[in-house]
Design a protein around this ligand. Structure first.
Ligand code: NAI
Length: 695
């Protein structure tokens, strides 16, 4: 039974019971409707209380039912709400913990609402590209007012119940610590005879000059919503709550909900929502796999990455020791960390005492003995196999048994690193992205011998340090950098053929990327890619690269850090300015190889870059390096600035249609450097079957 029914004196208490958040799935809805009908026909019952089992009232729709016909099977959420609202006896929603989405909409259909303080109240539908679809946009403004209602619905952010205590949303907010059901039953007894039954739908919104406010909201929201249509639709629905009759407003909301559900933007947001949850699941590592305790951490190397990685541990309250080779490098690394925290405090994002606490959790050392007792050690030294294997031999020697030995390598063979130790089962890749204290993505690299408990621990750790962990198999570059390699190769070929860095960057930024490839390289350091390419030239001499980026590096133009890269920079300024000398060098190279430069359309630029990602992504999926297409999308959304409203490269390819993607790739394969465009077999197969990467 997923809604329990118990009678206390004259009051029936219906408890929604569908762990973990009492989602309003079909069984729960059916049971709740049945319980309401039973209360109606039970002569002993004079009033009804609806509450939630455990720590929450209800988190809203059951996400397991999304995209399935069950969501639309009777009794729907609308039917449940109508049953409560039309009951002949008073219905009281007793709210605690979480009351969001459909849960809040249900409570708004009840005649009364009482709550404990500390409950999160919100309508988060906008975050998945929708408007609330069960009356939320019509009823919430009627109880909390036009402005607050609009803010809550457009932002999707929850508000604490005590902050809403003075609004008509709540008839009573009890003192903390009171027993909710007992207090609600007492309240229900007190109002049992009141007639007519109060209904939110009957309330009028009192807001003088609402038109001016709505127009102002439309303008602000439009400017902030970027490519997403839902926020503005939220405003229109709220507008309907003042300008239309209740039933007409409901119908308008329903229509907008259904229209938005069909948009690519909403599909992309829902995809990302599910992709994030799916990423933490590994088929052969069940949820009950034992994990190791991580109470102390260590980081090797206090450079760009080491410092940021250490901050992640400190931010999660885990003490961490950084080991360096030289005191000078250690001091420099620790000073950078302190400065980072100071800046966060200055921006008002962190309290001074919290920052001090975190800095206090980070210590430095030059001696391996000082880190021997750590539960996990993350190596972030130079990207060089010799240096890394030397460090891992040492770690094998000193670390306590059971310690997890992790490498932050971005491209190197993790299995070779693991094999220099006597405990390859304890070795794993934890590939952070720069800046490591900011970027959400953590690629978790599973080596051939990585223990399941080590993988499960890494997945749990990624949650603890608030990262999106995505599991990757071992290959050169793992998921993200292996794909970006093909994207960059195309960007460089485009330069040879007629494009310039600013055109390429502008085209892909217009598509929605946070940063184009050339701005990105200037930020990360062009020398990093140069170094990796040199290794690849030696290891895979058959792969053709444009030498243009190497020529750039030969001039010492490493990017922002040297004040010059693909662009020119002025001292103290990160703004890129087109570089006449770089552009001349590019045109000179085209001439040198006898390529007549042509005008390249923005459309071609986007297709060459994005389909290069897609084609390599298909290979990665087929080889099992990525467990699912949505994992690849997660990597690109959280680590590479791929536009969220397009849902990641693989979902984008599905949206375009795989047969269209394949046709373009086949066309590119007949063009210059066509060898880079051999279609991935999986892409060919799925396109032939009329399927997508995501089914
Ligand atoms: P970095 O050059 O800024 O820092 C490396 C640090 O390691 C230096 O401070 C160096 O003194 C120290 N170090 C070198 N050998 C050592 C040893 N044997 N014992 C102790 N300390 C030692 O390099 P960065 O950029 O932090 O990269 C580190 C690792 O992270 C590399 O494997 C790199 O591929 C990877 N990575 C880098 C990213 C980036 O954007 N910079 C992104 C993701 C991964």
């Amino acid at each position: 039974m997923s809604a329990d029914y118990v009678v206390h004196g004259n009051v029936a208490v219906i408890t929604l019971n569908n762990p973990p958040v009492n989602g309003l799935g079909l069984e729960t809805r059916s049971a709740a409707v049945a319980a309401l009908r039973r209360a109606e026909s039970d002569d002993a019952v004079r009033a009804v209380v609806i509450t939630g089992a455990g720590k929450v009232f209800s988190g809203g729709a059951d996400i397991r039912e999304f995209n399935s016909p069950r969501a639309l099977t009777e009794p729907t959420l609308h039917t449940l709400i109508a049953t409560a609202e039309n009951l002949g006896k008073p219905v009281v929603a007793a709210i605690h913990g979480v009351c969001m989405g459909g849960g809040l909409e249900l409570s708004l259909g009840c005649h009364y609402r009482v709550a404990l303080p500390g409950a999160q109240i919100g309508l988060p539908e906008v975050k998945i590209g929708l408007v609330p679809g069960a009356g939320g946009t019509q009823r919430l403004p009627r109880v909390v007012g036009l402005e607050q209602g609009l803010n809550m619905i457009v932002s999707g952010n929850p508000v604490m119940s005590e902050k809403l205590a003075e609004t008509k949303l709540f008839d009573r907010v009890f003192d903390a610590g009171l027993e909710l059901v007992a207090a609600a039953v007492e309240f229900a007894n007190g109002i049992a005879d009141v007639r007519p039954l109060p209904k939110v739908r009957d309330l009028k919104i009192d807001y003088p000059n609402y038109e001016a406010f709505l127009q102002f909201s439309r303008n602000t929201v439009k400017a902030m919503a970027g490519p997403f249509p839902a926020p503005l639709e939220c405003v229109e629905c709220v507008a309907a709550s003042v300008t239309r009759k209740f039933e007409d407003g409901l119908a308008f909301e329903r229509e907008r909900f259904l229209a938005l559900a069909q948009t690519n933007e909403s599909k992309a947001l829902r995809h990302a929502f599910f992709a994030e949850r799916a990423a933490s699941k590994v088929p052969d590592v069940p949820a009950d796999t034992p994990t190791r305790t991580i109470a102390r951490a260590a980081v090797i190397g206090a450079g760009t990455m080491g410092g940021g990685i250490a901050m992640n541990f400190a931010n999660a309250g885990i003490p961490v020791t950084i080991l360096e080779m030289k005191q000078e490098a250690l001091d420099k690394g620790l000073a950078t960390i302190r400065k980072n925290y100071e800046n966060t405090v200055k921006k008002g994002k962190l309290a001074q005492d919290k920052a001090e606490q975190r800095v206090g959790l980070i210590t430095g050392t030059l001696a391996f003995e000082d880190i021997a007792q750590a539960d996990i050690v993350v190596e972030a030294v130079f990207e060089d196999m010799e240096v890394k294997t030397q460090v891992f031999r040492k770690l094998d020697e000193v670390m306590k048994p059971g310690a997890i030995l992790a490498s932050n390598t971005s491209t190197l063979d993790l299995d070779r690193i693991a094999d220099v130790t006597s405990r390859p089962q304890d070795v794993i890749g934890l590939h952070f992205f720069s800046p490591a204290n900011v970027m959400k993505l953590l690629e978790i690299v599973r080596g051939a011998k990585t223990g399941k408990d080590v993988l499960a621990t890494a997945l749990a750790l990624s949650k603890k340090i608030r990262k999106t962990g995505v599991v990757s198999g071992v290959c050169d570059g793992f998921i993200g950098n292996r794909m970006v390699e093909q994207y960059l190769r195309q960007a460089f070929f485009l330069l040879e053929e007629g494009a310039l860095p600013e055109q390429v960057d502008k085209a892909i930024e217009k598509f929605g990327f946070a940063m184009g490839p050339f701005r990105m390289s200037d930020l990360a350091g062009n020398d990093i890619g140069w170094y990796i390419r040199k290794r690849r030239y030696a290891e895979s001499p058959d792969i053709v690269y444009s030498p243009i980026p190497d020529r750039l590096c030969e001039q010492g133009r490493f990017g922002q850090k040297t004040g010059a890269g693909w662009y020119d920079y002025q001292a103290g300024d990160r703004k890129p300015h087109a570089s006449a000398s770089v552009n001349e060098m590019i045109a000179g190279y085209s001439k040198e190889i006898g390529v007549e430069r042509r005008t390249i359309s923005d459309e071609e630029i986007v297709q060459r870059l994005v389909f290069a990602l897609v084609n390599e992504g298909a290979r990665i999926l087929e080889e099992g390096i990525a467990l699912r297409a949505s994992d690849i999308d997660m990597v690109y959304l959280t680590g590479y600035g791929f536009p969220l409203h397009r849902g990641g490269p693989m979902l984008y390819a599905d949206t375009v249609g795989l047969s269209n993607v394949l046709a373009k790739i086949q066309q590119f394969a007949r063009g210059r450097h066509g060898e880079a465009w051999a279609p991935a077999p999986l892409l060919e197969r799925l396109a032939g079957e009329g399927k997508g990467f995501n089914g």
